[in-house]
Design a binder for this molecule. Sequence first.
Ligand SMILES: O=C(O)c1cc(C(=O)O)c2c(n1)C(=O)C(=O)c1cc(C(=O)O)[nH]c1-2
Length: 252
Amino acid sequence: MNEFADAARDGLSPEALEKVLREVGVSRYHNRHPLHHKMTAGSLSKAQLQAWALNRYCYQSVIPRKDAMIIARAEDPAFRAEWRKRVEDHDGTDGWNGGIARWLKLATGLGLDADLVKSQKSALPATRFAVGAYLSFCTDRTLLEAVASSLTELFSPVIIGERVPAMLAKYDYVTEDILEYFRPRPAQASRDSDFALAYVLAKSDTPEKQQAVIDALVFKCDVLWAMLDALEQAYGDHGHVPPGAFDPKRPQ
Ligand SMILES: O=C(O)c1cc(C(=O)O)c2c(n1)C(=O)C(=O)c1cc(C(=O)O)[nH]c1-2
């Protein structure tokens, strides 16, 4: 049982619901994870940064798929028109001139082979499970829960603002060009999370729905947290790399 498990028991005003959702971010968003702190302190090796970029590619590549799933489930054309901007942000106009391509640029800029990253075959099992759980969540739960699960984007400008200046300052091989992925993200995330938050606050009109959206955001924070846990377990100082996963000590 988590601390938000019955936060909506007595029913919440929209303002109170927003406050709880923001508290979820304060206590559970992945900018609290030790691996993020090590990254911003400059204490990760290049191999550890490579592992982060390679694994995070799985997350990037599932985002437009889960967004397409949300679009398919939405009956309101105005909702779909708004939401499809997210798919365009990641896929671009031809699949390879949007966010996914820019993530690949980050990974190759760190020295990884593009085909290895794209294949996702060297990602950690736990990364693939976490990312798969996100796609399943957006497929199987209500549309309201799927929308609420995107609300981690309320907090992503904060972590990007911590990560990017620190990476540029602490790792001499990291350049602005490599980190181009993050440049448009804070503005895109604010646009997207404003829309998603207004939707969630308007549609959560019972205590049950309010609890469901809180739970959805907790779930999503767990997805992001689990991905960093998996990296620490595999590539931390006393970690062990699962069979078949990216191993910096072996040729790929
Ligand atoms: O850099 C980050 O830590 C971070 C976090 C998140 C997030 O909070 O889910 C997203 C992104 N980046 C991101 O770039 C992105 O496109 C994105 C889409 C979504 C989503 O759930 O729809 N989250 C995120």
